[in-house]
Design a protein around this ligand. Structure first.
Ligand SMILES: Nc1ncnc2c1ncn2[C@@H]1O[C@H](COP(=O)(O)OP(=O)(O)OP(=O)(O)O)[C@@H](O)[C@H]1O
Length: 606
């Protein structure tokens, strides 16, 4: 259920890439100054050529002019190279900032929001879309303004040299410009479609890699390859369409130049004959005309590339516009019916409640729906004691995982209240709540990193290796880690380095090292061998001595180990009690235990 419909939507965040880069004065100011200097040098060379030609016709020494011309050309080249490097540095620094911002934002999205956007799409924003932003910087900061400046200045100088010839040039280039405008019109649409297809390709491929074992087991490699191939084909189709249009820009510009050249040569006869134009002036005019093509092409191509960068910027802004967990369920943003004073009193004295024997977790008339229609929690009420194992049991779809997600505040209730250590989850600062609630998913997920990093995930303070080994010994994993090439420094997490049972024990050791008062465990549905099953039971037992362990139980052995059992069905709590009590009085529980409505393994004697 949406967190709060009445809260006004915050303004859409703007990346303002150009502004960011311009503000990076350390690189941008010298880059722009050098680009201006290079442009000035390039514009001056033809005027010096005129002096050289005049020198030849007037039999003067041209050595000084030739040296000046060479120096200007060299200076222009060096200044352009330096400018381009400084701008690249500013661009990469901006891309780095954007990538860091998107990664930080994506990791703070609420789980349902992040899942809806999709891992592949988010990866595409951080990789290809962020890289596209470079074109905004490269084109927008110097190339396009400098090219526009060069074109304008060149046309002004050409006009000063001979305004009649300039009119001929303007006439032919106007026709070429119109033709190009027709071609580039559809480029933005094609490139946007291409980037969208790349996002979908990344999404589908990421999902297929995540499900690789299933794909292989179903012999679906060819089928999935075809589906991913369709996205790749769509991306290629859009790219080819854009390339087809882009391909015409430079030749049309070249054609315009050739026509202008012919027009100028034809028109120059009368101008030279009438003495309105000198030979040296004509040579300089021709040089300017030849120089015009590069900046003009750049302007034509630059506009479409700039649009491409802005489209990428807009897609990244779409992600940044998604509200983070803190914004969606901030303590200020949500009311729970309590006054601030009551909430503070409850939240500030969890230990006091513990001594008074208060519940570790309490659901009070909780209402939640994933899709706004069916309720996964429907006036759900139950309590979890401070110590011991509490098993959540119920048929598939009863709302067990939803209940865990509500405790961890992956989800926010639409009605009622979930209290952890006496305090409404919406009143807890998120960071503090999650320091109190450890979560172990079914896959006992490890991140790619060293054993040490996995054990200390989320901890800011260092922990002595002795403590790490003690935790590993407690879960029976010390021998296996000693055998790894670099012990605690060995990299794990790619699913090919540790067995399923070893991953499970490493994840459990991580929980042992935390100070969490509540441990949530979504028990794996897959069969564990009896040694691992016993180990898991031992660790749960050990954890439950001084913490509350809430386990979504799929095994009868876990249910029997539980001190307290909560029976859920259709988002409601049907009954709570011990195994024997519930067998006697709760028909649904008895049915579950007999394995008729849930895949619980029935063992002899039950
Ligand atoms: N992301 C989702 N979008 C829509 N509905 C969902 C989503 N997740 C769960 N549900 C629905 O919410 C209800 C409770 O689901 P939940 O996963 O909490 O049940 P469960 O008891 O953990 O089931 P299982 O034992 O099969 O894992 C079900 O009807 C389910 O279809």
């Amino acid at each position: 259920m949406p967190a709060d419909q009445t809260r006004p939507k915050p303004p859409r965040p703007r990346l303002r890439v150009l502004r960011q880069v311009v503000r990076d004065g350390r690189n941008t100011v010298p880059a722009v100054l050098l680009a201006l200097a290079a442009t000035a040098a390039t514009l001056t060379v033809p005027l010096v050529v005129r002096r050289v030609v005049n020198g030849f016709t007037e039999h003067r020494s041209v050595t000084g002019s030739v040296m000046l011309m060479t120096t200007l050309a060299l200076f222009g080249a060096v200044a352009a190279a330096l400018s381009s490097f400084l701008l690249a540095r500013a661009g990469e620094s901006m891309v780095l900032t954007v990538r860091q911002r998107v990664v930080a934002h994506a990791l703070r999205l609420p789980l349902p929001g992040a899942r809806r956007l999709g891992a592949g799409e988010l990866v595409a924003r951080v990789t290809s879309d962020s890289a596209q932003l470079r074109s905004v910087v490269d084109i927008g900061v110097t190339q396009l303004p400098m090219a526009t400046l060069t074109v304008t200045a060149t046309l002004v100088i050409m006009g000063l040299l001979d305004w009649v010839l300039l009119l001929i040039v303007l006439g032919t280039f106007s026709v070429a410009g119109l033709a190009i405008a027709v071609f580039v019109k559809g480029i933005r649409h094609s490139t946007a479609a291409q980037q969208e297809a790349i996002g979908e390709l990344a999404q589908r491929f990421t999902s297929a890699l995540g499900a690789l074992a299933t794909v292989k087991a179903c012999r679906a490699e060819a089928q999935v390859t075809d589906a991913i191939g369709d996205d790749a084909t769509s991306a290629a189709g859009s790219a080819v369409s854009a390339a087809r249009r882009q391909a015409f820009v430079t030749p049309i510009m070249g054609l315009g130049q050739q026509l202008a050249l012919i027009g100028v040569v034809l028109g120059s006869g009368a101008r030279l004959a009438s003495g309105a134009l000198s030979v040296a002036g004509f040579a300089a005019f021709l040089l300017y005309l030849l120089q015009l093509i590069a900046p003009l092409t750049l302007v034509a191509n630059g506009v479409s590339r700039l649009q491409l960068g802005f489209a990428a910027q807009s897609r990244i802004e779409d992600v940044l516009a998604e509200e983070t967990e803190d914004a969606v369920s901030s303590p200020q943003g949500q009311g729970d019916g309590k006054t601030e004073g009551e909430a503070r009193a409850a939240g500030s004295a969890p230990e006091g409640n513990a001594e008074a024997g208060g519940a570790a977790v309490e659901f009070e008339q909780v209402v939640f729906s994933h899709d706004g229609e069916r309720r996964a929690a429907d006036a759900l009420s139950f309590a979890v004691p401070r110590h011991g194992v509490t098993a959540l049991v119920g048929p598939s779809g009863a709302g067990k995982t939803t209940a865990l997600d509500l405790i961890e505040r992956f989800l926010v209730p639409g009605g009622g209240a979930v209290r952890v250590l006496g305090r409404d989850t919406r009143r807890w600062p998120l960071h503090d709540l999650r320091a109190q609630v450890a979560y172990l998913d079914q896959a006992f997920t490890l991140l790619e990193g060293t054993v040490r990093e996995n054990l200390l995930l989320g901890r800011a303070t260092p922990v002595a290796d002795d403590a790490l080994w003690a935790a590993l010994t407690a879960v029976g994993l010390d021998d296996a880690i000693i055998r790894l090439p670099q012990g605690l420094g060995s990299t794990v997490g790619r699913a090919d380095d540790l067995s399923g049972g070893q991953r499970q024990r490493l994840a459990l050791a991580r929980v042992l090292l935390t100070d969490a008062s509540v441990v949530l465990l979504d028990e794996p549905t897959s069969q564990l061998d009896s040694i691992n099953e016993n180990r898991l039971r031992d660790v749960i037992e050990r954890l439950s001595r001084d913490r509350a362990v809430v386990v979504v139980a799929h095994r009868i052995s876990t249910v029997r180990q539980a001190h307290h059992i909560v029976v859920l069905d259709e988002g409601r709590c049907l009954d709570t009690g011990t195994h024997d009590e519930l067998l006697d009085r709760c028909g649904t529980y008895a049915e579950l235990v007999r394995g008729q409505r849930l895949g619980l393994r029935v063992t002899a004697g039950v």
